[in-house]
Design a binder for this molecule. Sequence first.
Ligand code: MD3
Ligand code: FE
Length: 229
Amino acid sequence: MNVSGHTLDLFGPSEAALRTGAAAPPPPERLADGAVLLRGFALADEALWREALDAIVQAAPLQQMVTPGGHTMQVRTTSCGTWGWTSAESGYRYARLNPLTGQPWPALPEAFRRLAHDAAALAGFPGFDPDACLVNRYAPGTRLSLHQDRHERDLRQPVVSVSWGVPAVFLFGGLQRSDRALRLTLQHGDVLVWGGPARLRFHGVMPIAPAHHPAFGPDRVNLTFRRAF
Ligand code: MD3
Ligand code: FE
């Protein structure tokens, strides 16, 4: 049994499910080659994540970074782990120190690392060991335009995304910006893994609709686990 309360057995009910009579987690959904959706995979540890996130945001406040094009991002971001994702007019880069505080980023909690590792393994990427976790907070109306994630050194390593709070319509495009994007609603506790042939697909988030979540209020929080170097 891992920390998320899921076993690596895709078919049988988890130990927790046997104990509590809860339904088994839904099986992984393959969205495309290299892209796997694990509905509700992070839910078992909601309280632990909420607490850990609060501590991270306290040590490294959410900030609106400026893009190389000079635009202030709508999404508020912070990071934990060895490397933090940063953006400035000088470009995007992974940095050891938080530009806002001059301090190293908060450590990556062991439970986060384990969940990202286990989700990646279920999706066919064994041995994932993230050194960066980007935290994105979306207020109502906030969007993230179509982009690729290509600032990591080894693009054979997947990205693992965990969603919390109000739902978001995720845009799942192709390898060309102009490729038609599929839409997919991501809910509280959903985990997405992107690797292999899906790693460089364009993706984005539609404006967050007004809604309320009991633990996260009107906001959506997304964490992406990466191997930066
Ligand atoms: C597909 N975040 O932080 S997570 C980002 O919901 C980012 O906050 C979105 O895109 C969010 O860069 C989407 C899902 C995701 C993350 C990384 C990917 C999808 C991806 C990398 C490659 C392809
Ligand atoms: Fe991205």
